[in-house]
Design a protein around this ligand. Structure first.
Ligand code: ADP
Length: 504
């Protein structure tokens, strides 16, 4: 058992009657502790029993409450003699749960207490402590204490009633975090953690919160005992007593250095990426505009020349001019794609929305492309759906249909043919472009709509491309609340489908 002070003088054996009395005391206490009453009642019974069995004594029992202050829980016997000349005998025992004190039991006697009585009272203190523990008294405190001590967060408690708001408690987490031992810092103000680094936004907020007696959360640059910097995320909470007096500040600290450094690194990377993207977008937009002008001039001259009588009669020259025209058009379309991607990336792709008939649009695109690609057969199947009114940007939807058809042509093989099918499926219009071309390797299907994606077999036979068309098309279709998908078998062909909501 813990601390005890025994002022008993001569030990009086007390004889058998005294021993019987002590055994009766132990039994009475045991039965009181096994009762079903509330804790206060049980403790009062214990105090009464001690007083009844040990004539002339008085007994008091204190219990620690949640605020860790001792509160008198039971008292019995007459203490009037204490004010007399007599020097009393006194035995006091802490009530222990594990290594945690949850209360105190004390007995004062006007006559010396013998060894048997002292030993019996010690046994009673143990029994009472066990009984209280079983009823949960102190366990919460004990657990709280354990939790605080074991917390990996640093915990610091200060007393603002003392001059300069000094530290009165730190846990081992605080010691691990700062490198300071409790004995080195108790009674100091926490500011030593900032070293000379005092001009911090967090410190100003902290000072204000303390002055205003309120809680706050700040991140501080703090320094360990060895001088190394760490970022301390501090949550400060004021504690008030029943009268509303501010009695403590509790600070919970987390070392967020790793997170802070990772954030800084991420921010730096992000700003470098943003810078690089801005440079890229500026370049694409500048280059596209600058390239467009000469291309338009080249195309214009090629077309003008092709109309001249002497040129029309020169088949070789006509073919060359046709080639110039086609290459210039291809270049123009690549520039448009680059511009579109930069618009998508910067969220600046805009749409001119109106109602239009999707059947008509698909039909027109197929006709235009059939005229320019006489070596290829485009089979159009409009079924019996009549009109398919949709709501969107007609030019952009044309672009998607055109892109799917030119891919069907570009990636075709011996069978120079593609089939375009338009139909209505419930409330959606579905357009499919089917070819019998090279197909897409299965392991690459998931990446088909990615930026700059070209399948391994795409470049076979000198097929050129930037890998932008499908990415742009999917963005356009999704901006119209539609979907774009495909089926493809390598060596057999592909079918690309898109659907759009039909209005009405
Ligand atoms: P590009 O054709 O300019 O490379 P796209 O974005 O239009 O770019 O297409 C991306 C890739 O998808 C192509 O490089 C090709 O590998 C594959 N692909 C697209 N359409 C077809 C198709 N009809 N048949 C086979 N492969 C295709």
């Amino acid at each position: 058992m813990g601390a005890q002070r025994d002022n008993s003088g001569d030990l009086d054996g007390g004889g058998t009657a005294e021993q019987i009395n002590l055994r009766g005391l132990s039994t009475d206490i045991a039965s009181a502790m096994s009762g079903q009453e509330d804790v206060t009642h049980i403790l009062q019974t214990c105090a009464d029993t001690i007083v009844r069995r040990l004539q002339g004594v008085f007994t008091k029992i204190w219990i620690l409450d949640a605020e860790t202050t001792l509160k008198l829980a039971a008292s019995a016997g007459d203490s009037a003699w204490l004010r007399g000349e007599l020097t009393p005998s006194f035995v006091g025992y802490p009530l222990m749960v594990g290594s945690h004190v949850i209360g105190v039991i004390a007995t004062f006697s006007p006559r010396p207490l013998d060894g048997d009585t002292v030993a019996t009272l010690s046994g009673i203190a143990d029994r009472v402590a066990i009984g209280l523990d079983r009823r949960g008294v102190g366990r919460r405190l004990y657990l709280q204490d354990r939790a605080i001590a074991a917390s990996s967060n640093g915990i610091v408690i200060t007393d603002p009633r003392l001059p300069d708001n000094p530290i009165i408690y730190t846990n081992s987490g605080f010691e691990r975090m700062t490198g300071y031992e409790q004995s080195e810092i108790i009674s100091f103000n926490c500011r030593f953690l900032q070293s000379g680094d005092r001009d911090q936004e967090g410190i100003h907020e902290l000072r204000q919160a303390i002055a205003e007696r309120r809680g706050t959360q700040v991140v501080l640059r703090n320094y360990r005992k060895d001088g190394t910097l760490f970022y301390n995320e501090l949550t400060l909470s004021p504690v008030f007593d029943d009268e509303g007096e501010l009695i403590n500040f509790i600070g919970i600290q987390s070392d967020i250095t790793a997170r802070r450094l990772a954030e800084q690194e991420r921010d730096e990377l992000l700003s470098r990426v943003e810078e690089a993207l801005a440079v890229r977008d500026r370049f694409i937009s500048f280059a596209s505009h600058e390239l467009r002008t000469p291309i338009t001039v080249i195309k214009g001259h090629a077309q003008l020349m092709a109309r001249r009588k002497d040129v029309r009669e020169n088949e070789h020259l006509l073919r060359q001019l046709g080639q110039i025209d086609r290459q210039a058009a291809a270049m123009d379309s690549m520039i448009s794609s680059l511009l579109d991607v930069s618009r998508i990336e910067s969220g600046q792709m805009s749409f001119l929305i109106a109602d239009f008939d999707l059947c008509r649009v698909v039909q027109e695109v197929v006709e235009e492309m059939s005229v320019s690609r006489l070596d290829f057969t485009l089979d159009l199947d409009l079924g019996d759906c009549g009109e398919l009114p949709v709501h969107g940007d007609e030019v952009r939807i044309r672009q998607v249909v055109g892109n799917l058809i030119s891919n069907a042509i570009k990636y075709s093989r011996e069978k120079r043919e593609a089939r375009v099918l338009v139909r209505r499926e419930d409330s959606r219009a579905v357009v499919s472009v089917q070819d019998w071309g090279i197909g897409i390797p299965e392991d690459q299907h998931a990446r088909v709509f990615g930026l700059y994606f070209r399948a391994d077999n795409a470049a076979e036979g000198g097929r050129t491309g930037l890998g932008l068309g499908l990415h742009i098309s999917r963005n356009i279709i999704e901006a119209h609340s539609g979907s774009l998908w495909f089926d493809s078998t390598p060596g057999e062909g592909s079918t690309f489908h898109f659907s759009l909501p039909v209005i009405g």
